[in-house]
Every structure is written in C-alpha cells, then in structure tokens.
Design a protein around this ligand. Structure first.
Ligand SMILES: Cc1ncc(COP(=O)(O)O)c(C=O)c1O
Length: 259
C-alpha cells in the first residue's frame, strides 16, 4: 500500500518532469554542402544542468514507488526530435547507463542507426571492448569528468555498441572550447569528447560519400567548467595541449577533414 506521502512525492516529481519539458536539440554548424548534420541534444538545459537529472528523478521515483526505472527517457525524446533515425548516436560512458539505453532503444526498435561510444585516455572501455576482455583494467583514473573508468562498469553493454572511439584528452578539451564558441555554453570535457568523436565519424562518412545526421549529447554545462577545460592554466597543469587539436578542428570546420 503506497502512502499519501509517497503519492504526493511522486506527483511532485512527475510535475517537475512535465514542467521541465524536453531539452533542446541544437545544430552544430558544419560547412554547407557536406550533406551531414550534427545535432547536440542539450541536457545542460535540465534544471540541474546535467544529463544525470533524468536518472536521478527516475531513481527517486522508483525508490518511492518501487516501480520501474524510466531509464532512457533522454533517448526516447531524442529520437522523437530528430525525426529520421540518425546514422550515428555518439555518447560517452561513465556508468555505461546512457550508452546502454541508446543501444537498447536502437535494437529494440530495429532502427538502422549505430551507436558509438567515445572513450578518454586511461579508460578501460576502449581496450575492453576491442579485446573482448570484460575484466580489462587500466589502473588509472580518467581525467575527463563523467566518462571513462579504470574497469568496465556492469551497466555498460559492450554487445550493444557498434564502435568505441578513443579520444585524446587534449582533443576533448579543444572540442569543449569549440562547443562553447558555437553555443555559448561552458560544457565539460565529456561533451568535448562526444563532439570530437562525432566529428571523427562525420569525417569518415564524408570520405565514403555518406550523408545523414549524427547526434550527440551536451551532457552538462556550467560555470564550474570555466575553471577546468576552458581555463588555460588548468589544462597546461595537466599537460593537456589543446592547441594542435583546436587547429585541426578549425581546419575541419573550414571544409577539410580531421586528419
Ligand atoms: C557529461 C557526461 N557525463 C556522463 C556521461 C555518461 O554517463 P553514464 O555512462 O554514467 O550514463 C555522458 C555521456 O555522454 C556525458 O556527456
């Protein structure tokens, strides 16, 4: 029997979800004529500035009602917004829940889009996925907040992932800065990794004459990131030289490729 308090708490959570509405899908400008569009699902527009907002709400709701977690709400909403299924969906993996939710959605709806996971340095997802060794351990923490783990987390579903793209940390920093230039949002390194990975895939698509949409996620944004990847000293102290990567990005957005 569910208590009056629980009913009220769930109603409030549902109310908050309704009021929050859907997060915007932003276009990341690419050279005209490529026939490829890059979309950023902006989860920084959540009340807590983070893609974890939905998960937290769902977990609270589940804990209160002992019902089912509505995991993957971002994913379902995203596919509704894009219209045609994107060629690629690109996300990072921390707990692995986001990528698993995308993978499950693609497979269970028999969609043609493919799932790419970006992985920072020192993380086990790329070597673990590529080698098929689920217990692969790097013994090193990730420097990119929110994504990358020394071991694959149980929430990660390697079988649902079509490609894992290793992204140099300095490239994630460069891409985070680029996203800020384009959108004005102070995004973190995880979003930078997402966008770098998406641009790598777009470069591959262009080389093969493939057109279509690529979608990735702005995982979070906020002033605290001004003290991390958008701060020269922070990056330099960590030996993260974003400049050559920023130059590559500029070349790409001028109509060239990433390589
Ligand atoms: C900022 C940020 N944090 C975390 C993640 C991954 O979260 P998780 O694997 O824990 O669901 C992403 C995914 O793209 C992200 O953009």
């Amino acid at each position: 029997m569910i208590s009056a308090w629980a009913v009220e708490a769930i109603a409030r959570l549902d109310d908050e979800m309704e009021q929050a509405g859907s997060t915007p899908l932003r276009a990341f400008p690419l050279p005209a004529g490529w026939g490829v569009r890059l979309w950023l699902k902006d989860e920084s527009a959540q009340p807590t500035d983070s893609l974890k907002h939905r998960l937290a709400r769902a977990l609270f709701r589940q804990a209160i009602a002992a019902g089912q977690v509505v995991e993957g709400a971002t994913v379902v909403e995203l596919f509704g917004q894009v219209g045609e299924c994107p060629r690629w969906v690109v996300v990072g993996a921390g707990t692995g829940a986001t990528s698993a939710a995308v993978g499950r959605h693609l497979r269970s709806h028999d969609l043609p889009g493919r799932l790419a996971v970006v992985d920072p340095e020192n993380s086990a997802y790329f070597p673990g996925w590529a080698s098929g060794a689920a217990d692969y351990s790097t013994g090193m923490p990730s420097r990119i907040e929110g994504i990358g783990r020394p071991r694959m987390e149980p929430g990660f579903a390697p079988d649902l992932v079509d490609l894992v793209v290793p992204v140099p940390d300095a490239a994630s920093v460069a891409a985070a800065r680029q996203v800020r230039q384009v959108t004005g949002l102070a995004v973190g390194g995880a979003t930078g990794a997402n966008v770098w990975g998406a641009l790598e895939l777009i470069t591959r698509m262009r080389a093969r004459g493939i057109r279509g949409d690529v979608v990735t996620v702005i995982g979070d944004a906020g002033p605290r990131h001004l003290r991390t990847c958008h701060d020269d000293t922070w990056a330099e102290d960590r030996g993260l030289d974003w400049r050559p990567h920023a130059a590559r990005l500029e070349r790409l957005l001028d109509g060239g490729g990433l390589w």
